[in-house]
Design a protein around this ligand. Structure first.
Ligand code: HPA
Length: 270
């Protein structure tokens, strides 16, 4: 595994002259951020040795190197979801490669269903903690001691300073920013009303099908993590209506300018 990660990062380093310390996973709601990046080079996933290839509608797969404001960044346009059939090792492989590229800060976005009754469809939420409900753990198996410890601490995964700054940015621009717990599930089904209720009782504020695997691996390697989520549908009893991928994408597109603004300003402020 380590050899693969090293080979892939060596290949990628040949393709760019930039040395970014900031990695971004352009999940749902951050697709537009790519337009803000002054692109230096981009590599289709299909050309990267050992990289899985993205299949899900609305996620193009390429790795982008460029400048976002005054910072060099590497951005994943398209991520790998567990529900697509990838193993956890495949889902998290690019984050491990990022570590070897020199990434110290990881920014992630996603779409989610709201569990907290005070949240509304279209709201955005900074993730301050997560609950891992995936059926497989990304660190299952032999530990890669070169990357991180066997038993990683998870008490402060979502960086305090970055969350505080995000709150300040939202305040300055006069919009509401929620903060709460993301429950990560395998999907691909959306939840039944009973499942939404259960995840609320568990302590979740939103539920979604990504992010947790990548974040665990990033935390294992000591990266500073910032996660942000768009509430695209409601799992609150009495507010649940039929939901589809198209509806999720539609709501996410509307919230995109706010997400993009937060990320751009946050990264610039580092
Ligand atoms: N549940 C799980 N994943 C999601 C949801 C949801 O309601 N909305 C967007 N992604």
């Amino acid at each position: 595994m380590l050899e693969k990660i090293k080979a892939t990062s060596a290949y990628i380093k040949e393709k760019t002259s930039l040395k970014p310390e900031i990695g971004i996973i352009l999940g749902t709601g951050l697709g537009g951020l790519v337009n803000e990046i002054e692109i230096e080079s981009s590599i289709p996933y299909a050309e990267i040795p050992n990289f899985p290839v993205s299949t899900v509608q609305g996620h193009e797969g390429r790795l982008i190197f460029g400048k976002l404001g005054n910072k060099e960044v590497v951005a994943m346009q398209g991520r790998f979801h567990y529900y697509e059939g990838y193993s956890m090792q495949e889902v998290t492989f690019p984050v491990r490669v990022m570590k070897l590229l020199g990434i110290t800060h990881l920014f992630v976005s996603n779409a989610s269903g709201g569990l907290n009754p005070s949240y509304h469809v279209g709201d955005i939420m900074v993730i301050n903690d997560h609950i891992n409900m995936f059926p497989e753990h990304p660190l299952h198996g032999k530990n890669l001691d070169e990357l991180g410890p066997r038993f990683p601490d998870m008490s402060r995964v979502y960086n305090d300073r970055l969350r505080n700054k995000a709150r300040l940015i939202a305040f300055e621009h006069d919009f509401d920013l929620k903060e709460g717990v993301y429950v990560g599930v395998q999907g691909p089904t959306f939840e039944t009303p009973a499942e939404y209720k259960m995840f609320r009782i568990f302590g979740g504020d939103v539920v979604g099908m990504s992010t947790v695997p990548e974040v665990i691996v990033a935390a294992h390697m000591g990266m500073k993590v910032f996660g942000i989520s768009i509430i695209t549908d409601s799992g609150v009893p009495g507010q649940i209506v039929e939901v589809s991928h198209e509806e999720v994408q539609k709501v996410a597109r509307k919230a995109e300018p706010k997400m993009t603004l937060v990320l751009k300003e946050l990264i610039n402020s580092l």
